[in-house]
Design a protein around this ligand. Structure first.
Ligand SMILES: [Zn+2]
Length: 283
């Protein structure tokens, strides 16, 4: 595999109505266990058992985690075509090379202890700026053990590709139209330094995009989250393909799913086998 593969994933929220709704480890080695060996001591990770939060069955929870991090299974939402067919991604890139197909099946995320410089356009509204800071606070709280740090600073409205270690948040109708796809009101682009590891990212939104669009796109750009379906009886997830035109942050179910993945030590580049080894998804 290439040592320096990069790709942008465009995850889109597309407007569909006039009311502004939008679519777009290491486990203990068996060889350590002689017949007389004591029961292996648990690692620093919590028990392997996966306990679903209230209101969701264990099976649905596993499906939800697979959908949210790997984009697979019955809880996976619609994924942008460009993200599934890397050849089509080329037009979305800043001159980079797309990942191999199977990389789409990996968890995406920033490297352990990433210090991300967040460049927020001065053209954002105060409410949108609040959405950025609140979402990053939430991400820091739920990505347990990741050691992420975010330093937010304001930048001009000009759109330029971010440098390594930067996340840009840019309100630009023209760029959304050009980069995010028909009917979109926002999208996120991530460039990867290795399979699944985000090294820089941009979020493009419509100037009037509601707060949940910003949270959604940061979900893509920082946590590498995919689109998911709503679980019956629970609040509509922020990572649903369509915005609810709200100021909500990631829902309790999304937060708990992120916590379980991160506290088990999974990071960008983890694959389906890793998720199974951590007892997170259905085999
Ligand atoms: Zn999206």
């Amino acid at each position: 595999m290439r040592s320096n593969i990069r790709r942008a994933l465009c995850c889109v929220l597309a407007a569909v109505t006039t009311v502004g709704l939008v679519a777009c480890d290491k486990k203990a080695s068996d060889e350590d266990q002689s017949p007389t060996a004591p029961t292996p001591v648990q690692t620093s990770f919590p028990a392997e058992r996966l306990v679903p939060p209230p209101g969701v069955t264990e099976l649905d929870y596993r499906h939800f985690i697979a959908g949210l991090f790997l984009g697979t299974g019955p809880e996976a939402g619609p994924q942008p075509k460009a993200a599934i067919e890397p050849e089509d991604d080329l037009k979305l890139l800043w001159g980079d090379t797309p990942l191999a197909n199977e990389s789409w099946r990996q968890m995406l995320g920033w490297a352990q202890d990433s210090h991300v410089k967040v460049l927020v356009s001065s053209a954002l509204t105060p409410k949108q700026r609040t959405a950025v800071s609140q979402t990053l606070d939430q991400v820091r709280a739920i990505a347990e053990g990741a050691g992420f740090q975010f330093a937010i600073s304001e930048t001009g409205a000009a759109v330029t590709p971010p440098n390594v270690g930067e996340l840009m948040v840019v309100p630009s109708a023209a760029d959304v139209t050009r980069l995010c796809g028909t009917n979109a009101i926002g999208c996120a682009q991530m460039n990867l330094s290795a399979a699944g590891v985000i090294e820089r990212a941009s979020v493009f939104i419509y100037p009037n995009a509601p707060m949940d669009v910003i949270t959604h796109e940061i979900g893509h750009a920082v946590l590498g989250l995919r689109h998911v379906q709503a679980v019956s009886g629970l609040p509509v997830p922020i990572m649903l393909f369509r915005s609810q035109n709200s100021d909500r942050l990631l829902t309790a179910l999304e937060q708990e799913a992120v916590r379980q993945v991160y506290r088990r030590g999974l990071r960008g580049g983890a694959d389906r086998g890793d998720f199974m080894a951590k007892n997170l998804i259905v085999r």
